[in-house]
Design a protein around this ligand. Sequence first.
Ligand code: NAD
Length: 272
Amino acid sequence: MPQPIRTAIVGAAGRMGRQLIQATLEHPGSQLVAAVARPGNAAIGMDAGALAGVEACGVEIVPDLEAALSAADVDAVIDFTLPEALSGNLGVCRKAGVPMVIGTTGLSAEQKAELDGAAAELPIVFAANYSAGITLSLKLLDMAARALGDDFDVEVIEAHHRHKIDAPSGTALRMGEVLAGALGRDLSDCAVFGREGRTGERDRKTIGFETIRGGDVVGEHTVMFLGLGERMEITHRASSRMTFARGAVRAANWLVAQSAGLYDMEDVLGLR
Ligand code: NAD
């Protein structure tokens, strides 16, 4: 029987953090060894399992990733926090030589460059969406955009819960990158974010993004390919955050056998 993957979770008190605790505890190949929340968070000192609403597991929520990595042998860190926390967490994991699975979205170009830099030294999985369905959707979008080409207009529509702080979602932007790449365009030149007022006719080479925010929507994405006389849609609906959490735990278990580099869920699922 192989040794379980000793996993630390950063952002443990967040919506995703609590699901990640549960998913790690449930995964037969994983062992939760550390759970880190932001200093001052009310969850500090609590048992991680109890915080996640499952059985107590003997791992206490602590405020410092560096101290947590010194106190326990950790094979992989899973980080779903905020963009502004990324740099510090990358630095700590780089110093300790611990591979990372990163799910935080809304990263700036500088933060993505920092991720690339760290991946020269560490194995890192970064995905805007850890669900298998979205990972496969990206493949289907690439195929559809190549087949339909410039004859079809492309629009990306997404909906998320009222607490989400970035827009469009990281998944919608990733979809846009895949679509633009398949159509031979650069997303930064052709993206249109929402429309208002006297916009004029649609520029045929644009990719449009529309965002809906409200209630408790876990995550929905639709890409429309709109042609003359027909329309094709690819839709994905997530109904539980556990789908992302299970995907991230699977990524952590895959990652520990990899060498330094930046990977995504297509690598984890063997779709490349
Ligand atoms: P959330 O606000 O509920 O949780 C984020 C948590 O991170 C908070 O508890 C915050 O206190 C904590 N945090 C911030 N800085 C920290 C630090 N330096 N150390 C430790 N903890 C820190 O948000 P959420 O809904 O859990 O989402 C978290 C991130 O994950 C967002 O960027 C979201 O878009 C992303 N997300 C990604 C996927 C995916 O599949 N890739 C899925 C869902 C959410």
